[in-house]
Write a protein that binds this ligand. Structure first.
Ligand code: ATP
Length: 362
C-alpha cells in the first residue's frame, strides 16, 4: 500500500532545529503539499522521507513499514527535483526509460511503458530528441515522466515547477495533478508557491520555522486558517488582519471596536464566548469587501490612499484610523486617491482570532 507517515520527525543542524517534531500521514492516492516561506524546513522534511538526510529524532513509515534504517533506493521512492538532471546525450525515450533498465525489464516492456507515459505527458513527438533540443516545459515533463514510469512506493516532488514561466506552470500544474490522480500513490510536493499548493494538493501542510502550523484541505486552509500566520500567508492580496476589541454578540452579529470605528460583522456565534472588551484580530479578505454609497454599521469609512490596477480588478489601499485596509474592487468601479469611501464586509466571510493568535470563529 502506498502511504507515508512521519512521527515527531526532527532535524537539528548544530544549534538550528530545521524540522521540529513534524507528524503527518499521507494516504494512498493523496497529494500533500508542504507549503511555507523560504527556510521553514520543507526540503529537509522531504529529504528525510526520501532517506537523503538522516533524522535527528522521529520515525518515517512508508507503506506502514518503518524505514529509518533503509537507504533511499531500498525505500523505493520516485523523486522529482527542482534541478531535474536529464542525461544530455540520451534521447527523451532513453531518459524516461532509464530507471526501468535497472529493473531488468525486456526492451519491449520498457518501450511500452515509455510510450504510455510519453503519451500522457504529450512527449510522444519528441521521443527521439535529446534534452538540448527541448524547451523548459518539455524538459520538466521528461523529468516527471521519468519519475512516474516506474511503479514506486510513493512520489516526492521538490519545487518541481519553480523553473518554469507562469504560463507553463499553469499548464504543468494541471498535467501533473491529472497524472497523479491516475496513479494511486501517496505524494508529497514541496512548494513555496501557494497557487501551486491550492490547485494541486488534496491537503496542504503549512510550515513555519520547522513546525506545521496547519494541515487541512485547500478550502479549509483558505476559509478557516488556524492562526494569524496561516491567515496572513495564504491568499493574494493578503487578508486584512485588523486588531481591535470584541464588544458583544447579538442577533447574529458581532460588534467590534476596530480602527477607531464600531462595526457589526457577520461571524460565527463562537465569538460570543469572548468576554466584552477582549482583544481580538478580525480577518477580512480584500475581496470580501464591497463599496457602498452610504455608510453602514457593517464596515468602515476610509480614505483611498493608493490605487493599484490588477487587470480585471483594482486593489485599493484605504486608510481607516491610521490602518491600511486593502479592498479589491472591479476595475469598472471609479474611485480617486483622497476620496472617502464606505467599505462594507460581505456576509459570512470574516474570521476572528483571539489574543493567542488562534482562530476562534470563522
Ligand atoms: P527553501 O524554500 O528556501 O528551499 P525550505 O523550507 O525548503 O526553504 P530547508 O531547505 O529545509 O528549508 O532549510 C531549513 C533550514 O535548515 C534553513 O535555515 C537552512 O539554512 C537549514 N539547513 C538546511 N540544510 C542544512 C545543512 N545541510 N546544514 C546546515 N543547515 C541547513
Amino acid at each position: 500500500m502506498s502511504t507515508i507517515r512521519v512521527e515527531n520527525l526532527t532535524k537539528r543542524f548544530d544549534k538550528l532545529t530545521a524540522v521540529n517534531s513534524v507528524s503527518m500521514s499521507i494516504d494512498e492516492g493523496e497529494v500533500l503539499c508542504l507549503l511555507g516561506p523560504s527556510g521553514c524546513g520543507k526540503t529537509t522534511t522531504l529529504r528525510m522521507i526520501a532517506g537523503l538526510e538522516a533524522e535527528s529524532d522521529g520515525d518515517v513509515y512508508i507503506g506502514g513499514q518503518r524505514v529509518n534504517q533503509m537507504s533511499p533506493s531500498e525505500r523505493d521512492i520516485s523523486m522529482v527535483f527542482q534541478f531535474y538532471a536529464l542525461y544530455p546525450t540520451l534521447t527523451v525515450a532513453e531518459n524516461i526509460g532509464f530507471p526501468l533498465r535497472s529493473e531488468g525489464l525486456s526492451k519491449s516492456e520498457i518501450d511500452g511503458r515509455v510510450d504510455g507515459v510519453a503519451k500522457a505527458l504529450q512527449l510522444h513527438e519528441v521521443l527521439n530528441r535529446t534534452p538540448g533540443q527541448l524547451g523548459e516545459g518539455e524538459k520538466q515533463r521528461v523529468a516527471v515522466a521519468r519519475a512516474v514510469v516506474r511503479d514506486p512506493n510513493c512520489f516526492l516532488f521538490d519545487e518541481p515547477l519553480s523553473r518554469l514561466d507562469v504560463t507553463l506552470r499553469q499548464t504543468m500544474r494541471g498535467e501533473i495533478k491529472e497524472i497523479l490522480n491516475g496513479l494511486s500513490k501517496a505524494t508529497v510536493i514541496v512548494t513555496h508557491d501557494q497557487l501551486e499548493a491550492l490547485t494541486m494538493a488534496d491537503r496542504i501542510a503549512v510550515m513555519r520555522q520547522g513546525a506545521i502550523e496547519q494541515i487541512a484541505t485547500p478550502h479549509d486552509i483558505f476559509t478557516k486558517p488556524a492562526n494569524l500566520f496561516v491567515a496572513g500567508f495564504i491568499g493574494t492580496p493578503a487578508m486584512n488582519l485588523l486588531s481591535g476589541q470584541f464588544m458583544e454578540y447579538q442577533d447574529g452579529l458581532a460588534r467590534f471596536d476596530i480602527c477607531g470605528q464600531q462595526v457589526a460583522l457577520d461571524v460565527d456565534p463562537a465569538v460570543g464566548n469572548q468576554s466584552p472588551g477582549s482583544d481580538v484580530t478580525v480577518g477580512i479578505r480584500p475581496r470580501a469587501f464591497e463599496l457602498s454609497s452610504e455608510p453602514t454599521e457593517h464596515g468602515f469609512t476610509a480614505e483611498v490612499d493608493l490605487i493599484e490596477p490588477m487587470g480585471a480588478e483594482t486593489l485599493l489601499h484605504t486608510m481607516a484610523g491610521g490602518i491600511d485596509i486593502r479592498v479589491v474592487v472591479n476595475r469598472s468601479q471609479k474611485v480617486a486617491v483622497g476620496e472617502r469611501v464606505n467599505i462594507v464586509s460581505k456576509t459570512g466571510q470574516n474570521v476572528v482570532f483571539g489574543k493567542d493568535e488562534r482562530l476562534i470563529a470563522s
